[in-house]
Design a binder for this molecule. Structure first.
Ligand SMILES: *Cc1c(COP(=O)(O)O)cnc(C)c1O
Length: 424
């Protein structure tokens, strides 16, 4: 039986098997065929404490029985009020307003609209957006426009808007990147700069320094350019701290959060803003209101799940788990880095990444899908970005499970970059 489902980022024409999962617990997925699969990428970067984490599931069940959904334009409910107050408490002190939505892409769209509205409502003509090379901010037309262009979005090029792009601040090239930012900002045309703090995820798990992030923030502040931090992926402990921005000690003007906000259990997103941006929309003039909403804005069940996640963050065990995982990841990376074909081994917080040597040219350009298949066959969910392998597990992953993940990676290295690969 073929399924009518059209899967995301999936070339159905290749005829790959699509495994069915029936349940999950902690770092494990249970397949319909009886297999146990280790989720080493947190189900695409969302699951933080583990799958079906009891306090989160309980909060969802309780809230679902009480208030399932409510129009949020002009109405409110306790889970949303409670969550907003907690978010204001936990995030940089300049962020004082919380706007709800339902996906990372939408939270970024909201951020862009807030930034443009800020200037437009004051009658100031600033509408350029500065972005960083290799960035990813989502898959809607607006977020594709501010992300890296390539095979993923070339068909939609005609609809995408023009942006100013600064080079990625690779080690030794930070100054070039900062100079370009300074130059764009000085034009006086820029509404906002948007960036993934410290780590570019989908762009290839590229890491840059807190000093550079801090310097970029300083340039934006000096030129009155709104600084938008897209922490959709880096938030909720992934980089070792609640937010990556904390490591650079900066206060973004706008902050986007999603993925781990509900512990990865149910969709929700927020865009936080400073008072100046809120105030630019605050008026008795209805035409200056912020015109954005989704049907499920601030869904009470999702807010309850997020409140349960935040309760976990109030418990020191959560940060302990994260710190322990950081240390374990460091040790695993050192071991795997001994392989000659492992390059650019890097770690930020709970995440490790490295490239497999692509000196074998065209053979290795097709390495990504082969690796993916190999990992799935060995019951490990890893999804390499081209020849970049990264490990981003839920914080609850056991030593045994993490060992197995790296054991399977080592097997893949032996198979695809060892002697067998040379013969092939
Ligand atoms: C995943 C991601 C998004 C998009 O979030 P969705 O919930 O998939 O729409 C935006 N920004 C970053 C940095 C992301 O990693």
């Amino acid at each position: 039986m073929t399924s009518p489902i059209w899967h995301p980022f999936t070339q159905h024409g290749l005829g790959h098997d699509i495994p069915e999962i029936t349940s999950a617990k902690g770092a494990l997925l249970y397949g319909k065929d009886g297999r146990e699969i280790i989720d080493a990428i947190s189900s695409w970067w969302v699951t933080t404490h583990g799958h079906c984490h009891p306090p989160i599931i309980k909060a969802i069940q309780n809230q679902a029985a009480k208030l399932d959904q409510l129009i949020f334009a002009g109405w409110t409910h306790d889970p949303a009020e409670k969550l907003a107050a907690s978010l204001i408490d936990m995030t940089p002190s300049n962020l004082e307003h919380v706007f709800y939505s339902d996906s990372g892409s939408t939270s970024v769209e909201v951020a862009l609209k807030m930034a443009l509205g800020y200037w437009s409502n004051q009658g100031i003509n600033r509408d350029r957006i500065i972005v960083m090379e290799h960035s990813y901010h989502g898959d809607t037309i607006g977020t594709m426009s501010i992300g890296e262009r390539g095979v993923f979005n070339q068909a939609y090029n005609a609809l995408m808007f023009d942006v100013d792009s600064i080079p990625f601040p690779a080690i030794g090239q930070e100054q070039e990147s900062l100079n370009q930012l300074e130059q764009f900002c000085a034009s006086g045309q820029t509404a906002a700069f948007i960036v993934e703090p410290l780590l570019l995820g989908a762009g290839g798990m590229l890491v840059y320094s807190p000093e550079t992030l801090c310097a970029m923030h300083e340039i934006c502040t000096r030129h009155d350019v709104i600084f938008i931090a897209d922490e959709v992926m880096t938030g909720w402990g992934r980089t070792g701290t609640l937010l990556a921005c904390e490591q650079a000690n900066i206060e973004p003007d706008i902050l986007c959060l999603s993925k781990g906000i509900t512990g990865g259990s149910i969709p929700l997103a927020v865009t936080l803003s400073n008072t100046a941006i809120f105030d630019a929309h605050y008026s008795t003039d209805r035409s200056k209101a912020f015109f954005h909403s989704s049907s499920y804005t601030a869904n009470p069940i999702a807010c309850a799940a997020a409140n349960a996640n935040i309760a976990l963050w109030q418990d020191s065990a959560t940060l302990n788990n994260i710190q322990k995982l950081c240390a374990k990841q460091k040790a695993q990376l050192q071991k795997i880095n001994i392989n000659k074909t492992v390059q650019n081994a890097r770690q930020i917080g709970t995440i490790t990444a490295f490239e497999l040597d692509d000196s074998q040219g065209s053979y290795l350009s097709s390495l990504g899908p082969k690796l993916l298949e190999f990992f799935v066959q060995h019951n490990v969910l890893l999804r390499p970005l081209g020849n970049t392998i990264y490990v981003m597990p839920p914080y609850c992953i056991s030593d045994e499970q993490l060992n197995r993940v790296y054991e399977v990676i080592q097997m893949a290295i032996n198979k695809f970059t060892g002697s067998e690969a040379n013969i092939a």
